[in-house]
Design a protein around this ligand. Structure first.
Ligand code: 8IG
Length: 272
């Protein structure tokens, strides 16, 4: 398959998925997509009125929750102002081994449903000592350390201001004191070594995780404006004790009520 055919193929997959979502929800056009990472999932319910919850396995190209703490549902939610949100609780991760197309499929599908704004959330390790466990931190920029791109062929997309300055300013207005940081995506699934965290810190990395970056690049390539936000669920390797996935999940649960409020304020502030 050449790159033209490959691009047509992923677009066709996204179209199929978007048609199923439109059919099941009765909503022809969604305005915003939210991808909910560790700690953020409880936020979906309070955003508005749930129109439909669809098991990811029933939508072409999506698969169920791969890890505990991740919901395997897509929600269509009617927001307060009448806009429609598509909420992806079942993000595909690069470490699942289904390739970059599986990772990019959520944003491609969102674009095919009409979405123009993405709110990408995640759980992350905090590299910058200014960030405490439990802090929500806006993503100001990223470093892609996956050695992969979700784009196909000669799709030379500008990533200057990928994380919309306009949306970050709105976010800071509604969530006073919100900090910002540079997020680094690594492929995982292992966490980093302390030496790697020292290196990433010297390079300007402030948050580290295994998601978001490839989705943000996909979104930008499709003309979607991106807001990214991390929950710091643990101090990055070598900065505190060992990193335990169960403790990471517990931290996410502990923060979830507060994050629901934060997420709702952010979404209500979006110019949809
Ligand atoms: I939650 O410390 C979460 N995800 N790579 N490192 C990486 N991913 C993470 C971390 C972390 N915490």
């Amino acid at each position: 398959m050449n790159s033209h055919e490959a691009r047509r193929d992923v677009d066709r997959q996204a179209r199929l998925a978007a048609d199923v979502i439109a059919h099941r929800s009765g909503v022809d056009c969604h305005d915003v997509v939210l991808t909910l990472g560790s700690g953020w999932r409880e936020g979906a319910a309070s955003l508005g009125e749930t129109v439909t919850a669809i098991p990811a396995t029933e939508i072409p190209g999506f698969s169920g929750a791969a890890i505990p703490g991740h919901s395997g549902l897509l929600h269509s939610i009617r927001l307060k102002g009448g806009a429609h949100a598509l909420v992806i609780g079942a993000r595909a991760h690069l470490y699942e081994g289904r390739g970059v197309n599986a990772v990019a499929h959520g944003m491609r599908t969102a674009a095919a449903t009409g979405v123009r704004t993405a709110v990408l959330t995640n759980g992350a390790g905090g590299i910058d000592p200014a960030f405490a466990v439990g802090d929500a931190v806006l993503i100001s920029d990223h470093m892609n350390m996956t050695a992969a791109s979700p784009l196909i062929g000669s799709d030379f997309v500008d990533l200057t201001d990928l994380y919309s300055a306009r949306l970050r300013a709105l976010a800071k207005r509604v969530v006073p004191g919100l900090q910002e940081g540079v997020y680094v995506q690594l492929p995982g699934p292992h966490f980093e070594t302390p030496a790697e965290i020292r290196a990433l810190s010297m390079l300007g990395g402030q948050l580290v995780g295994m998601s978001t970056v490839l989705e943000a690049i996909t979104a930008r390539s499709l003309g979607i404006e991106v807001l990214g936000i991390s929950l710091v669920t643990n101090a990055a390797a070598g900065l505190s004790g060992p990193i335990d996935h169960l403790e990471v999940l517990a931290e996410g649960s502990a923060a979830s009520t507060r994050l629901s409020h934060t997420l709702k304020r952010l979404v209500d502030s979006l110019p949809l």
